[in-house]
Design a protein around this ligand. Structure first.
Ligand code: NAD
Length: 494
């Protein structure tokens, strides 16, 4: 990959985007558009269709027909695999273009975006394509004279609603297993991260995915997303985003056809550092990256640092030094370690959390401010807040920005109590040289993933999903197929 091309790619005009419905490109039924504002400089990048209810219904009808007539759902797994592998190749061939386009739209630093966006999507699609012709049904251990077969059948039409951070990675976590399983999909990207998902949907058609199997409709959550959630023709709804939207989706399911709803929601993930952490400098570096990369806009970000009191001051001092040396700024510069905040609104929300902490007497050790205003973009300095109390909003609620809340603890029990003291349960980490303690903490912390002596970086082979108000269901790994393949029993009397 020739990253010297970034400078050229960042200047290319971006044509107005269009929905991908039934294998063709469409404007909104009423012609309305929404501006795509780049967080790099606050300027308009292009426009998206402001999808209408009619657009969403057209996409759902297309997906329903495609599923029911078997053009994809009844293809052999080996045939589906072939198309999906071709799709992955086409995405890989355009990885740099896609990464730059995505960064111009959502502000993630390019070094991270390259790995976490197109290349992650490619790996995910290949993983599920390769897996689908190796999944077998079951023969039940029944009594003589009977036979019980357990088939796995594609679950039907999938509605997928995804957020603005990592649209390709999270999108592919849904699309890879859903399409491999034989489902048809209506995908609704976030308002501020739609362009790359539209592009890869076009590439899917080029790869031979039949029309109607993958539809992408852009627009507002309350219109397009709500139409998908309320539809009687959507069988499964998969979602990554905020808890507030997750609740609405569950209500919509209850009001409509009781479609299954799988939610991947937010977190307030604890990063627990014991005094016997094997390498304090490594813990400092990984802790800073675990909250400040992508300006904290990472669902599993380690937003709460719980640090043993005996090393609290020295750890915070090292963390301050490391964080202040991070390069925040132009996300298209490969040297940047934290890019832009996604939107003006998100930046405002981040600053409000800091203002509230300051007003409550908490100490802002570093950061807490908007920076690089002259660019017109949305940038925030990595922010460390100490003295945070367990009931503070900063300890309980997701900021989704580069703001770290620090709390000391004196014992393992206290660390567990603090770690488990929120409604969330997405991710966590424990830093210790004590193997027994590490295992104990993994068991005692309520989270979908507990890292030991690291933070983040888990690969596709393991599931990602939360407990508590961080959601249900899992992306990644073979377990993801459970959402898209229904079990059907055939019972024979022989
Ligand atoms: P959001 O809930 O506002 O939006 C997510 C998606 O839902 C968008 O596509 C949006 O248009 C749509 N939506 C909004 N209102 C809707 C409605 N009424 N009906 C249907 N759809 C609607 O979340 P966001 O701000 O885009 O994303 C940030 C959130 O996502 C954070 O809370 C973050 O933690 C979470 N997240 C979780 C994971 C995970 O795997 N658990 C990963 C990434 C992000």
């Amino acid at each position: 990959m020739d990253i010297s091309q970034i400078e050229t790619l960042r200047r290319l005009p971006v044509a107005p985007a269009r929905h991908v419905i039934d294998g063709a490109l469409h404007d909104a039924s009423d012609g309305q558009v929404m501006q795509v504002v780049s967080p790099i400089n606050g300027q308009s990048l292009t426009t998206l269709p402001r999808g209408t209810d009619a657009d969403a219904q057209a996409a759902i009808t297309s997906a329903r027909c495609a599923f029911d007539d078997g053009r994809w759902s009844e293809r052999s797994p080996a045939e589906r695999k072939k198309v999906l592998l071709k799709w992955a190749d086409l995405i890989e061939a355009q990885a740099l273009e896609l990464a730059v386009l995505g960064v111009r739209e959502n502000g993630t630093e390019i070094a991270m975006a390259l790995k976490a966006e197109p290349l992650s999507a490619v790996a995910t699609i290949r993983y599920y394509a390769e897996a689908i012709d190796k999944l077998y049904g079951e023969i039940a251990p029944t009594a003589p004279g009977t036979l019980g077969l357990v088939h796995r059948e594609p679950a039907g039409v999938v509605g997928a609603i995804v957020p603005w951070n990592f649209p390709l990675m999270i999108g592919a976590w849904k699309l890879g297993p859903a399409l491999a399983a034989g489902c048809s999909v209506v995908l609704k990207p976030a308002e501020t991260a739609s362009l790359t998902l539209l592009r890869i949907a076009e590439l899917a058609l080029d790869a031979g995915l039949p029309p109607g199997v993958l539809n992408v409709v852009t627009g507002e959550g309350g219109t397009v997303g709500a139409a998908i959630a309320e539809s009687m023709d959507v069988d499964v709804l998969v979602f990554t985003g905020s808890g507030a939207t997750g609740r609405r989706l569950l209500e919509a399911s209850a009001r409509s056809n009781l479609k299954r709803v799988y939610l991947e929601l937010g977190g307030k993930s604890p990063n627990v550092v014991f005094a016997d952490a094997p390498n304090l400098d490594e813990a400092v570096k990984v802790t800073a990256n675990g909250i400040f990369r992508n300006s904290g806009q990472v669902c599993i970000a380690g937003t709460r640092l719980l640090v043993e009191r005996s090393i609290h001051d020295v750890f915070v001092e090292k963390l301050k030094t490391f964080s202040e040396a991070m390069t925040v700024g132009d996300p298209l510069d490969p040297a940047t370690t934290a890019g832009a905040v996604n939107s003006q609104r998100q930046l405002q929300q981040n600053l409000e959390f800091v203002a509230e902490a300051r007003a409550a007497g908490r100490k802002i050790v570093t950061g807490g401010t908007q920076i690089l205003q002259d660019t017109g973009g949305y940038y925030m300095a990595p922010t460390i807040v100490t003295g945070v109390q367990p009931t503070d909003r900063l300890a309980q609620h997701e900021v989704f920005g580069p703001v770290l809340a620090v709390q000391p603890f004196d014992s393992e029990d206290e660390a567990v109590t603090l770690a488990n003291g929120t409604d969330y349960g997405l991710a966590a980490a424990v830093w210790t040289s004590n193997l027994s303690r590490a295992h104990r903490m993994v068991r005692r912390i309520r989270a979908g993933i507990v890292h030991v002596n690291t933070y983040g970086g888990s690969d596709l082979t393991v599931p990602l999903g939360g407990v508590g108000q961080s959601g249900n269901g899992h992306d990644k790994s073979l377990h993801a197929f459970d959402k898209y393949l229904d079990l059907k029993t055939a019972w024979f009397k022989l």
